[in-house]
Design a protein around this ligand. Structure first.
Ligand code: ADP
Ligand code: SF4
Ligand code: MG
Length: 334
């Protein structure tokens, strides 16, 4: 029996840089988080905040050069993924850790049938023979709500709609019963109705299969709907981290508060997300030496421009990297 409180993944002090001709890009700066068995951790932040590079670093999917994981520990299943061999990593990736990325058209190969693409990880990771793999592939398509599954295995990706292709990607990610599923903005390219269907599907599968999930999005509305815990990223750092209701009830970081202000009224059913706050994200040409949010922050004061705040506890379920405190909370410790 899995201990519901045990960490399945532990990331500590992860740093990833890109060594480019124009200089170093500090994409991920000292990121630490954990994932407990069966829980859903949401990661939210504007475009360019380092969400994808963090996940690609975990999965060792970044080409090196230019990418370099310069620091950190990535503990999964009793191993540090940073130091295991490429061979072992191939078993983890798509096996014990499943992943889905944003654009289903670039993730599915147009020249192979959908059946072939679902059967491939089953043969590679689970050693299934063709007949068993085909049977399991059909079960997986059924699981993600694709009707007439056995017949549809023979179809090519272009014969599926965008929403159905994303369901196929989910089937592939789930093929080998992963302990962890990483979903990187998997619904962003889809229209709102289909997005809602995919979210429902994930909620249902999560309870059925009991895996832990990291769900990446730029949309706090989605987080409110599905996450247990949330990490807010800015400039390659986690700037706030809390249990989901706590974050919405008691946001501390001015960036989180600004993100929350961009959410439309819940009674607004237009599906529009404003999701933009004044100012530009920082360029990441050096590691943070002061608070990277300062130029956009209405609460910035002297210290913010001199020192980069470390994460500090707000309470047992909540930490924040900021020198300021919301009114009534007292000053941050020196
Ligand atoms: N191959 C690359 N070379 C240089 N910089 C990169 C590369 N890939 C990503 N970056 C930079 O890393 C930062 C984080 O990107 P990313 O993780 O994709 O953001 P997010 O997923 O939060 O939108 C961005 O500033 C981006 O420009
Ligand atoms: S540390 Fe200062 S500048 Fe940064 S978010 Fe907090 S108040 Fe704003
Ligand atoms: Mg991304």
């Amino acid at each position: 029996m899995l201990d519901a409180h045990a960490d399945v993944l532990n990331v500590a002090n992860l740093k990833t840089v890109f060594n480019t001709r124009d200089g170093v890009v500090h994409a991920v700066n000292d990121v630490s988080f954990s994932l407990k068995a069966g829980e859903l951790l949401g990661i939210v932040g504007e475009s360019g905040s380092g969400k994808s590079v963090t996940m690609m670093s975990l999965l060792k999917l970044l080409p090196s050069p230019p990418a370099e994981i310069s620091n950190g520990v990535i503990e999964f299943d009793g191993h540090d993924l940073r130091t295991i061999s490429d061979e072992e990593m191939r078993k983890v990736r798509g096996g014990k850790i499943g992943f889905i990325f944003q654009d289903p058209m670039t993730s599915l190969n147009p020249v192979f049938t959908v059946g072939f693409q679902i059967m491939e990880p089953l043969r590679l990771h689970m050693g299934l023979r063709k007949r068993a793999a085909r049977k399991r592939a059909a079960e997986l398509l059924e699981l993600v709500g694709i009707p007439d599954a056995m017949a549809r295995l023979r179809d090519y990706p272009h014969q599926f709609s965008g929403g159905m292709r994303q369901r196929v990607m989910i089937a592939i990610a789930l093929a080998c019963d992963p302990k962890v599923l990483i979903a990187d903005e998997p619904t962003t390219a889809l229209d709102v109705t289909i997005q809602a269907q995919i979210l429902e599907l994930i909620k249902e599968l999560r309870h059925k299969l009991g895996m832990a999930i990291i769900w990446i999005t730029h949309d706090l509305g989605v987080i409110a709907e599905i996450a247990d815990r949330v990490a807010v990223m800015y400039a390659g750092q986690i700037v706030e981290h809390a249990e989901v209701r706590e974050l919405f009830a008691n946001p501390h970081h001015p960036y989180t508060r600004a993100l929350l202000e961009t959410l439309p009224d819940v009674s607004d059913k237009s599906g529009q997300r404003l999701n933009s706050i004044d100012g530009q994200p920082p360029n990441l040409d050096k590691a943070p030496v002061h608070c990277e949010f300062a130029p956009r922050c209405k609460h910035a004061f002297d210290r913010c421009l001199k020192e980069n705040p470390a994460r500090r506890p707000v309470n047992a379920d909540h930490d924040v990297a900021c020198w300021w405190n919301p009114p009534g909370e007292g000053a941050a410790d020196a």
